[in-house]
Design a binder for this molecule. Sequence first.
Ligand SMILES: Nc1ncnc2c1ncn2[C@@H]1O[C@H](COP(=O)(O)OP(=O)(O)OP(=O)(O)O)[C@@H](O)[C@H]1O
Ligand SMILES: [Mg+2]
Length: 626
Amino acid sequence: MNSPQTPDRRPIRALADTLISQIAAGEVVERPASVVKELLENAIDSGATQIELQIDEGGVRRVAVSDDGCGIPADELALALTRHATSKIDSLAELERVGTLGFRGEALASIASVARVRITSRTGDAEHACVIDSLDGQIAPAAGTRGTTVEVHELYSHTPARRKFLKSQGTETAHCVDALRRVALAHPQIAFSLRIDGRRTEQMSRGSWQARALAGLGDDYSDAHRIIDSGSAGLSLAGLLGLPTVNRARADRQFVYVNGRFVRDRLLSHAVRQAYSDVLHGDRHPAYVLFLRIDPALVDVNVHPAKVEVRFRDSQAVHRLVFHTVRDALRATATGHPVLAGTGPGQQAIQPDWAGAGAAASPASLQPGPIAFPAAQRQLPIASAGPGGPRFTPSAAMAFYAPDPALNPPTVRDGDPGSDYAARDASPQTSEIPPLGYAIAQLHGIYILAQNATGLVLVDMHAAHERVVYERLKRALDAREIARQPLLIPATFRAEALEASLVEESAETLAALGLELSLIGPTAIAVRAVPAELASADAAALARSVLAELREAGSARALTERRDALLASMACHAAVRANRRLSLPEMNALLREMETTAGADQCNHGRPTWVQVSLQELDRWFLRGR
Ligand SMILES: Nc1ncnc2c1ncn2[C@@H]1O[C@H](COP(=O)(O)OP(=O)(O)OP(=O)(O)O)[C@@H](O)[C@H]1O
Ligand SMILES: [Mg+2]
């Protein structure tokens, strides 16, 4: 008996091939940008050196990709449009070691199920090109040089429901351009050009991976970045890290690649976020391009319909490598923790083997750039190894601090790469003047002015001190030895009931932080001891902010997950306030401490703590030719 709601049951039947493709297309071809991605990946797999992308009317009317790759033989053209037909793998063993971007043999068939596809292709030894049209499957001779052009017309014209989900033409075009950028970043050995509605809008010539990556991050990062390269043959990480001082409101410049494939991987982004968290708190986002290279047998790329997720066999090892490499590079101090040691300044930047033969790196210009006042314009060599420039080394830093770089070319020395002082001690010319120089004055109670070998150093006193105190607290907390200083006269304050209740509940956490609080009334609290490090702080304000943190994080998590934020807000209370007058020895002590404090180049909020203004720049201001 059928109830009115239950439809008649139909027998189980195999789905028609086109319908299968249309269902698959739902996952593979989400929008025009997905077509762009698939066609570009095919062009890359074909060994092309030049690829042109054309987008008409947001990609809905037409997407076309032309390459000069290996081409498809005429008798395989029909197969290229068939589901589960691929030239890229032949067995499970090959799938497990796949090195190409494609392997499912599904992209063109899926696209052809929701659009009209024309493929014109010619192999190296064919006498002429041939074209196939998905409308009728007919193959005909055509004009064309070696390579392939795939045109996709009228996307979703048979599935209007899908078409309705698309955004405006401008938005879809922007997504297509993003897709091109993501693919192009990982393939600097290929030249790309782009035409939107017939107009040429972008041209990327072949070059080094650094240059391509910098172009991807944008001009803001041309000086504010660090280049990393670390690991071994089976597992390595190269890339470009935007300095935390140039951060973004959105996470829109984060590019992560695994073996040349763009991925959105939670493990990798977690490792990077954690590495940046120390120098970039809160809701700002860093920019970076990272290329993880791993033995294909140790990563599964077949876990996501659009292949943007991967699974690592040893995810811990990957996390460790990414976290440590990124963190160490970001923590390089003014003295240059030699995290990137290994190549001399004269050597060209390392090309990962997969980056192809890019342009040779040019020697870095030690000439300072524009006036260094804007936060983004750090004038340090660690931050300014431009596209293709040499990687940062202690000796490069030394040269930068030498009286005249032109007269004192950097000498490559095998300093102890583990020592903070290697850079300074390695050269007799620079051993006298420390990197951040000697204090000469204080400006408006906010900035320290110091003179070093290059010229003038300006230090944001509060930000720098805060960072130094923060790092000291962190070390002390890790060693479980934050020293306590009892207050002769306890500081008292009133708190909300919820915070007052934490005084007893979280006594242990508070003790670990060097605080001793007691309740002297239902909502009145006395501060009896503070961390010795923070003895100069307003004890009540300090205690209040720690209680607020504990309340928000829960005291169990405060010392682990929220440790950095907690210590940062404590450090902020102790750091020298604006308008506090410092003596020269006090200022020099701060400068010396900055030089040996990891990550002291930026404050806890990602702003720079100091900038360099070189003599050349000063001369330029005064139009003084030297
Ligand atoms: N631009 C191209 N140059 C040369 N051959 C191509 C090109 N595009 C497609 N082909 C051939 O057509 C086949 C089918 O392409 P398709 O994109 O559908 O599958 P795939 O790349 O093998 O796998 P995936 O579905 O993972 O992308 C490829 O295996 C390749 O042999
Ligand atoms: Mg493909």
